[in-house]
Design a protein around this ligand. Sequence first.
Ligand SMILES: [Zn+2]
Length: 479
Amino acid sequence: MNTTPPTNTPLNATPPNSTPHSDRTSKRSVGSSQRSVRASKRSAAASHAPSADYVKPELPAGHERQSEFGFTVGTRMANGRGRTGVIRTPHGDIATPAFVVVGTKATVKAVLPRDVKELGAQTVLSNAYHLYLQPGHEIVDAAGGLGNFMGWDGPTFTDSGGFQVMSLGSGFKKVIDMGSDGAAVGGGADDAVAPGHERMANVDDDGVWFTSHINGDKHRFTPEISMRVQHGLGADIMFAFDELTTLHNSRRYQIESLERTRRWAERCIIEHFRLTDERAHRPYQALFGVIQGAQYEDLRRQACQDLAAMPFDGFGIGGALEKEHLGTIVGWCAEELPENKPRHLLGISEPDDVLWAIENGADTFDCVSPTRVARNSAFYTDYGRYNLSNRRFREDFRPLQPGCECATCTTYTRAYIHHLYKAKEMLSHTLISIHNLAFTVRLVDRAREAIENGTYEAYKHTVLSNYYGGHGSPDGPAS
Ligand SMILES: [Zn+2]
């Protein structure tokens, strides 16, 4: 196959504020510069608009190895958007809709891969940003890829690192003001850095400088570097490098950012196909383009049309979303994106969010919540989420969720796990995580069955009325 030469990063660019970049950055920014894209040294705050001198690269129509990945639509919902399907990867099939379990640092926190498999999970997503910083994608590559490295033999995803670079790397929630006491949504606070904090991620046309949350080192991510990192990590499904905006950014900034993300998507494809040829000995890795556009219908639809015209294997729906608009935004995207390619919604797991996403056409989604809240002793039941540290569970010898067939519920009681948590025993994290993951995976599996059986509306009504019914007890209204 033919591709135009890759657009490589200028390796001698210096980060804003003239902070010398670390040796680590220099070592990682491998590759030769074949076409110079000038890196703006200005921060996002100083310059928003992508430069006018961008030369659109000639994109190939596709790559012959893309046939090693596939998606088949099964049953369609009457609304024309929701559907079941099967994603085919070199490490196995994923029946969709599917919940993707998050294993940020190549581990689902506190849970062995064999237990992740036993609870019914089909696939795991790790974070390119975290694994790039620690232990480094070269080590994961040398281990034979993410699945081999972590002892998981099923399909895997990695995100592009964009979200973490621009959120964790900058301490987004602490440093960039995402709170409701900031500017109104779309109100134009394009440099919403909280008072007293330093911006630690700087976006320019070519990529992002960011500060490691581990040791403060400066690092550079560009579309090409993200592709090299993700090819090294070796997941079956990867995401194109995109710019994360907040709901507070002005519409003007969202438009400019969208153009930057589109250009980055083109560069990701070119570098991805180059690496696919270079690494022909490795299983094919699929690349998903990421749809941004915040809460604006015209921008979301435009982003879908732009990315749908590129030879991506699937699509991620990203960016800041307000909960009440989630289903609507997913629906816009489903209407614009090609039917025969899978759609992943990044970062949701609450039952209402999941069901809205499914009926509006999302095939897969991931979220850290099931394991994150477990470590704070919160457990899911059909009748809502409860905190196991509450005294009411001290002598409660029922399982977390009666009838749940997970390894935790078939063996252990609320009283026992309450004790473990109070005694600060690590096993409480493991046991609650297994149950919460099983609960979430089952919620989605049953949604899939309901679509196939034509009973989705009834299923959704039962799930939501039970979960949000305000019963005040994990055992429902009868207890
Ligand atoms: Zn359970």
